[in-house]
Design a protein around this ligand. Structure first.
Ligand code: HAM
Length: 416
């Protein structure tokens, strides 16, 4: 019996699925570098307070989902549940505002949330995300959203829906929250216990409850879209206008609220029609006050993060190129040194080469060559070594020809 199992909510990723991950990671680097984003890598754990202050004490993420522990010096540390707060912390601490331009970052890495595991929802999951520290231009919001949708389209993920909202700003949201709380209190006993608690705390999150009775009651509550201040209203109109001009279809969802407290103005999510309950591929928005709240300059920001497990679930259709491997075989151990040298030369030429040091006999080596998906097996035996040549067997057609070593590279270039 297997004594050890991976912890609940985590998963091992191994071949052949790993190919999709590597493909996706390359696609992220290639795509976002086109917009002058640069990669940033921050620690897996941070001081817990960064997340409670950055994400908000009242959020589910902070209240229920963080992996928090004390280190041996009694410091409270937390495995990062998301990366926006950490990127902001890194920018402030290292004064990246002065040294990096443009302030456009992307990241790829594991996040940790004590969530209820199910398909597409894990306790350790991988996000890629982007963060732009710049200004309030609504055209920037549209560019960020365009990039998210376009990135998915390039991966041939087309059954998607972009939902858009504005969640207001510190000028208009407090007054709206008063109106919302009053309306929700009037119908308090129609909400579940969890939503009842949210009325006095994180009232916006009432809109997130999936229970039919709560959703129905929440459907009658006042909407932020009717309570935006003129600045937020104009900003949101310009975001929509630019998205239209970029041909990015979207649905307005005035009940779209995000699970993290730092958002201001534009909020968006992209969902997939191919996923079940956990259908959010990515989510993000503006967070114009976070840098200042965490001790940095007053600088408006926007970003999003995507769940990479959920994207990988959409990559089945991609015909990922199968590696064409070479296998170097030797007729007898006395030719192993020659085989090692040949393998080295071939790798220097850029070919993936496998050499089996235990190669007992040629038959067993050919079997191994099949298992490692070799396109060609290159055999060295007495005759080949004496004539400075190699026998090349095409593993698909089983044809074999002898080629002199000096012509091998040219032959491979033509036939590989
Ligand atoms: P979020 O909406 O909490 O936003 O997460 C972004 C994405 O991460 C989700 O849409 C989903 O695809 C994926 N995700 C979240 N939780 C899980 C989970 N337990 N298992 C698998 N995938 C999951 C953020 O994290 C913000 N930091 C996004 C952002 C960046 N906003 C501005 N900048």
């Amino acid at each position: 019996m297997n004594e050890f199992k991976a912890p609940k909510g985590t998963r091992d990723i191994f071949p052949p699925e790993i190919q999709k991950w590597q493909f996706l990671e390359r696609a992220i680097h290639d795509y976002y570098q086109k917009f002058l984003y640069q990669e940033i890598r921050t620690p897996i754990f941070e001081h817990s307070e960064l997340f409670s202050r950055g994400i908000g004490d009242e959020t589910d993420v902070v209240q229920k989902e963080m992996y928090t522990f004390k280190d041996k010096s009694d410091r409270s540390l937390t495995l990062r549940p998301e990366n926006t707060a950490a990127v902001v912390r890194a920018a402030i601490e290292n004064n990246l505002f002065e040294t990096v331009a443009p302030l456009r970052f992307y990241y790829i890495g594991p996040m940790f949330r004590y969530d209820k595991p199910q398909k597409g929802r894990y306790r350790q999951f991988q996000q890629f995300g982007i963060e732009v520290f710049a200004d309030e231009s609504p055209q920037l919001d549209a560019e960020v959203i365009f990039s998210a949708v376009d990135f998915l389209k390039n991966l041939q993920i087309t059954d998607i829906r972009l939902e858009l909202n504005s969640v207001g700003c510190p000028q208009c949201r407090p007054a709206y929250l008063d109106v919302l709380r009053r309306a929700a209190s009037a119908e308090k006993n129609k909400f579940c216990a969890d939503c009842q608690r949210k009325i006095d705390g994180n009232a916006l999150r009432i809109f997130d409850c999936k229970l039919p009775a709560c959703a129905e009651t929440a459907g009658r509550l006042p909407l932020i879209s009717d309570h935006l201040c003129p600045a937020c209203r104009d900003h949101f109109a310009a975001v929509r206008e630019t998205l239209n001009c970029m041909n990015v279809p979207f649905q307005l969802n005035p009940r779209l609220v995000r699970g993290l407290d730092y958002y201001t103005k534009t909020a968006f999510e992209v969902t997939s029609g191919q996923l079940g309950a956990q259908n959010a591929l990515l989510g993000g928005g503006r967070y114009n006050n976070l840098i200042k709240e965490l001790g940095g300059p007053d600088m408006a920001c926007i970003g999003f993060a995507a769940g990479m497990e959920r994207i990988v679930l959409h990559l089945d259709h991609l015909a990922l190129p199968r590696a064409k491997n070479l296998f170097v075989a030797y007729g007898d151990h006395q030719w192993l040194a020659h085989a090692i040298q040949l393998a080295q030369v071939l790798r220097e030429e850029g070919y993936p080469v496998y050499l089996d040091y235990q190669g007992k006999n040629l038959k067993k080596q050919f079997k191994k060559a099949d298992r490692v998906a070799a396109a060609f097996t290159l055999v060295l035996a007495e005759d080949e070594v004496k004539t400075a040549s190699v026998s090349v067997k095409n593993m698909a057609s089983q044809e074999q020809i002898k080629i002199s070593l000096k012509d091998l590279n040219a032959w491979l270039k033509k036939n590989y």
